[in-house]
Write a protein that binds this ligand. Sequence first.
Ligand SMILES: Cc1cc2nc3c(=O)[nH]c(=O)nc-3n(C[C@H](O)[C@H](O)[C@H](O)COP(=O)(O)OP(=O)(O)OC[C@H]3O[C@@H](n4cnc5c(N)ncnc54)[C@H](O)[C@@H]3O)c2cc1C
Length: 414
Amino acid sequence: MSKKVNVAIIGAGLAGLACAKELQKNKIDFHIFEFTDGVGGRVRSDYVDGFTLDRGFQLYNPSYSEGKRLLDYQSLDLKPFCPGVAIRDGKRLRIVVDPFRDKSFRLRLIKDLPGNPLSQLGLVSYFLKYLITSDAQIATTKDISALESLTKSGVKGSLLEKLFRPFLQGVFLESELATSRKFLDVVLKTFLRGTPSVPAQGMQEISNQLSKTINKDNLSLNTKVIKIEGNKIFTQDEVIEANKIVVATDPSTAISWLNLEKKKMNSVTTWYFKADQSVSSLIEAKPILFVDGKQSGPLTNAVVMTNAAPSYAPAGEVLVSASAISPYENSDLSSVKKHLSHIFGVNTENWELIKEYKIKEALPAMNPPYSLLNSNQITNDLFVAGDHRATSSIQGALLSGTNAATLVKVSLGL
Ligand SMILES: Cc1cc2nc3c(=O)[nH]c(=O)nc-3n(C[C@H](O)[C@H](O)[C@H](O)COP(=O)(O)OP(=O)(O)OC[C@H]3O[C@@H](n4cnc5c(N)ncnc54)[C@H](O)[C@@H]3O)c2cc1C
């Protein structure tokens, strides 16, 4: 006899968890099937010898509207980073920080901002424009690439190459800035509204908090769904019948099961190092993201995690995260450490590698023309949720999960 559930959610990433929370709120029974041994999907952390290691460097922006609705920020104890970047430019270190949120580097900004006055004016007008542009306008204006959008607005030359390209490639996980202008505008708006942060106990806390209220009987971990056929889902051990099915897997699985439009996945590698104190006192010990304006090595960005969240390491220890967008197949540690030494301007010889994360399918590419919100309904009984249906972000995953649950509710006639 096959088992029966009301709503089957496949995948306990943020989309699956947000969907479950919304169903729970509406008193709709559900069961989540998750392939791995824990919740969170791409938002998980490991705890190694007292160090907190997020599975790939990532930040949470408290201005995410869906996050505001679903998460309890106080208990997440968010630790903000500096609202800006430090740019290694040969021997010079430029500090470009939002002067309204952190006044310490106001005077430096004038001489440190790369580019000529014309391109700098382009930057100011770009930001001002998006402060007054509604989300609906962003979604409906003609789509072009982020690179085209920036250059059209006058953001070019060294302002583009030393600041925007190095910074944005760490957000998009691609260096051509071929990503949709719509996502660029959403990202810039989000950065202006909120300061990227990490929860004191790691990004995993976001996933844990979402799953906390889910009854353990409604969640099967270590359960891989092999296929779905009509209203049946097949795991390695059983066949389950469901009134409604929500596919909240990773993008590649959902796309192949549901025959959706194929998407390229962007990759990233993150290395975590136990570093020494010399690096933590740089720039007044501010937790600021470092990029290399000349891109003279493999790394895309690096940051002293413990300057934002000392709880990420045992007392007195320093944790550094360094990331490179792939393809960077030959992870030659010596070139990573050499580049870190150049970026920070300190000796890194004695830094110990704690762990390396190679994430092949980190973000679905969002090339233009891109729609910021795609349908979550396939048939009357089949639904899809995940960042690939909205934006490649925590906000996108949460929003698509909530939207899928709303459609399930409607299809149940509730
Ligand atoms: C390294 C990295 C850095 C990032 N940085 C940021 C950032 O700074 N800010 C930001 O907003 N976003 C960031 N993101 C993006 C964000 O993490 C994702 O967009 C979001 O977590 C996607 O959630 P999801 O639920 O759509 O998919 P996933 O997290 O992929 O969840 C899918 C779940 O389905 C499960 N699953 C798959 N197949 C099956 C199956 N057959 N049976 C059962 N279960 C299955 C998986 O195990 C997984 O748990 C980053 C992502 C990565 C990887």
